[in-house]
Design a protein around this ligand. Structure first.
Ligand SMILES: Cc1cc2nc3c(=O)[nH]c(=O)nc-3n(C[C@H](O)[C@H](O)[C@H](O)COP(=O)(O)OP(=O)(O)OC[C@H]3O[C@@H](n4cnc5c(N)ncnc54)[C@H](O)[C@@H]3O)c2cc1C
Length: 201
């Protein structure tokens, strides 16, 4: 069985932003130094259908699939593992979750970030509540019920559209970053951010 510290389900903008934040914390937080971070992604991000003219972190008119591939490459460069598969079931409790994938893999993870988008939530086994999406422009979309820290259950954070974010790349990524910071803050026992500082400033 594959064993990781953090499993992120969903590799769209939210999941990748969460992964980058966790990975960049390795050099700042002693308890993160050897953290194994895995993103499991089925590969159906909404970004694959978008052309972006309102996301100033990339060139105007960048095609969504290109941006997604660039983000995946950067996250891999940070030492995050990516697995192309669908998570179908998650059992266990905080500190000891076991994910089962459609491809038959079993993954043990201490903490979870769910970043599965807003079309449907098909993972069985978790004590989370699926509710109608509160900010979607069209009916029929879903999110998880989360607290003010984006926590859906003990040890389980939600990120991006599944956490209730508006459907824009920047808001999904912001939500993914916040989920990761809230998780790290819980582990550290105090509020924190992850900043790398330009020398000489
Ligand atoms: C046609 C279109 C045009 C758009 N244009 C713009 C725009 O111009 N500007 C802008 O800012 N935004 C735009 N967006 C919105 C933007 O793409 C989304 O808001 C953003 O992709 C949401 O990010 P997310 O990570 O929350 O969800 P998603 O990008 O949907 O990613 C969720 C990921 O989770 C995976 N997943 C789900 N369940 C599982 C599971 N059980 N196991 C493994 N993986 C799973 C999915 O396959 C997917 O890869 C557009 C969207 C569309 C559809």
């Amino acid at each position: 069985m594959r064993e990781v510290d953090f499993a992120i389900v969903g590799g769209g903008p939210a999941g990748l932003a969460a992964a980058a934040t966790l990975a960049s914390a390795r050099v700042h937080l002693p308890f993160m130094e050897n953290a194994k971070i895995l993103v499991v992604d089925e590969g159906n991000s909404d970004l694959k259908r978008a052309v972006l003219k309102n996301f100033p972190a990339a060139e105007v008119g960048i095609e969504g699939p290109k941006l997604l591939e660039e983000m995946k490459r950067r996250v891999k460069d940070l030492g995050v593992e990516l697995l192309n598969d669908k998570v179908v079931r998650i059992e266990g409790t905080d500190g000891n979750f076991v994910l089962t994938t459609g491809g038959g893999e079993k993954i043990r993870a201490k903490k979870l970030i769910l970043a599965t988008g807003f079309h449907k939530f098909e993972i069985e086994g978790l004590p989370v509540e699926v509710i109608p999406h509160q900010k979607a422009p069209r009916p029929g979309k879903v999110q998880l019920k989360v607290d003010e820290k984006q926590k859906a259950a003990p040890g389980v954070y939600a990120a991006g559209l599944v956490a209730g974010a508006q459907t824009m790349v920047a808001t999904a990524m912001g939500s993914g970053t916040e989920a990761a910071l809230n998780l790290l803050s819980e582990l550290a026992g105090k509020p924190l951010v992850v900043h790398d500082v330009l020398r000489g400033r």
